[in-house]
Ligand binder design. Structure first.
Ligand SMILES: [Zn+2]
Length: 397
């Protein structure tokens, strides 16, 4: 057996106790009646009340001190380039800053800010494979960046998608950011991508920056990507009638982004709620972008949608966790046995007018992040970016 894959004799066991509020990430059951979690080798093994969970043999112990535990937040829409650097606003350390905003997983919607990015087919495939390899091998500050999201160009054949999938590429970047801007071509290529197990998204709305284009409801519906990327525009939104048409015309994920139109975000949310389809709503930042990087972007969306969109805070948190995981086929985003132990500890920010964490979010305040855990390992303590949490968890051993 090769030495680097040998299982350790004694598993790494993390026990988390005294959880004040357990937010599951599951929109059908957002709050669990539990205060203790056992993790072995980065996976959740047991969840329950302290007396019912085996806490023996812990190699690491966290006392949550009554704070809330939620799945680590997932940003469904980012544009990474290389490690923790982005050329868009020439910023270093942006992913580390987002970790301090509770984000433990990011999904690339295309590495389109790469200077001189190739648009020829062999070049775009090579770049996608390079990005996938690079971010699989290097997690900035521990954050899982799922990258390698090629942007489709005219002339691609089914064999190109087979080749990409075989090489480990699991995503398609935003359809419409490349040369394919018509429904029939997009539909054909998205179906090929799906056939080979690749999860897809599309640019919805007006152009984001010079060189980007308009994608309306007809093309979005015909392309039939797994996720309707930034249904609230990035920033230029479609008319309300077209947003409603997309919500009603498909069953795909409805992604609302921070770097989009906020009124359109609330319209899309209200439409999804009226349809009883809140399980389709997912969140992204679309950063880095012209509007820059928002380390607290996902938390800001949760608070904004809860406060102005009349969604309970515990449900809004599911938009950035379990919903995204389900629609993106991820093993994180849910507090459930067998899932990755990716967590964010939250508490009411100091001096919030809210009576509790959830009430403070419903009032539009941002929660304080007290700690993040990825694959059962603590990655950050009290956030340097959020307002200070009233209470924070403590590593006991
Ligand atoms: Zn876009």
């Amino acid at each position: 057996m090769p030495h680097d894959s040998a299982p350790s004799v004694s598993p790494a066991i993390l026990v988390i106790r005294n959880i004040g509020l357990l937010l599951s990430g599951d929109v059908t059951r957002p709050i669990l009646d539990a205060d203790t979690i056992r993790i072995e080798n980065g996976r959740i093994i047991a969840i329950g009340r302290a007396k019912d969970v085996d806490t023996s043999g812990a190699t690491s112990l966290i006392d949550a001190h009554g704070t809330a535990l939620a799945p680590g937040l997932i940003d469904s829409h980012v544009h990474p380039v290389a490690g923790d650097w982005t050329p868009r606003q020439n910023q270093l350390g942006w992913i580390d800053s987002c970790l301090h905003g509770g984000v433990t997983t990011m999904i690339s919607a295309g590495e389109v800010h790469t200077p001189g990015r190739p648009r020829d087919i062999v070049g775009l495939k090579a770049m996608a494979i390079t990005a996938q390899r690079s971010f699989a091998a290097f997690r900035p500050s521990g954050v899982k960046v799922l990258a390698g999201a090629p942007v489709i160009e005219p002339g691609m054949e089914e064999s190109d998608f087979a080749e990409l999938a075989k090489a480990g590429v699991t995503l398609l970047g935003e359809v419409g950011l490349g040369g394919v801007k018509d429904g029939p071509t997009a539909k054909r290529m998205v179906a090929w991508a799906r056939k080979y197990g690749m999860n897809s998204t599309i640019h919805t709305g007006g152009p984001s920056i010079p060189g980007s284009g308009l994608i309306g409801a007809d093309i979005v519906l015909e392309a039939d990507t797994d996720v309707v990327g930034h249904i609230n525009g990035g920033h230029t939104a479609l008319p309300d009638s077209e947003i409603r048409c997309i919500c009603e015309g498909c069953k795909r994920g409805l992604e609302i982004v921070h770097n989009g139109n906020e009124r359109a975000a609330l319209f899309a949310l209200r439409t999804a709620r009226e349809m009883g389809d809140l399980a389709r709503v997912i969140l992204g930042t679309d950063s880095p972008a012209g509007s820059g990087v928002q380390p607290l972007g996902i938390l800001r969306m949760i608070s904004m949608l809860s406060a102005l969109g009349d969604v309970p805070a515990e449900v809004a948190i599911c938009f950035a966790t379990g919903n995204t995981a389900r629609l993106r086929n991820l093993d994180c985003g849910l507090i459930d046995v067998g899932h990755a132990a990716d967590f964010v500890f939250l508490d009411k920010a100091q001096h919030s007018a809210g009576k509790s964490l959830l009430h403070s979010i419903a009032l539009g305040d941002l929660p304080g992040v007290g700690m993040t855990v990825i694959d059962g390992v603590v990655k950050s303590g009290r956030s340097r970016n959020t307002p200070p949490a009233t209470a924070v968890p403590e590593v006991k051993q």
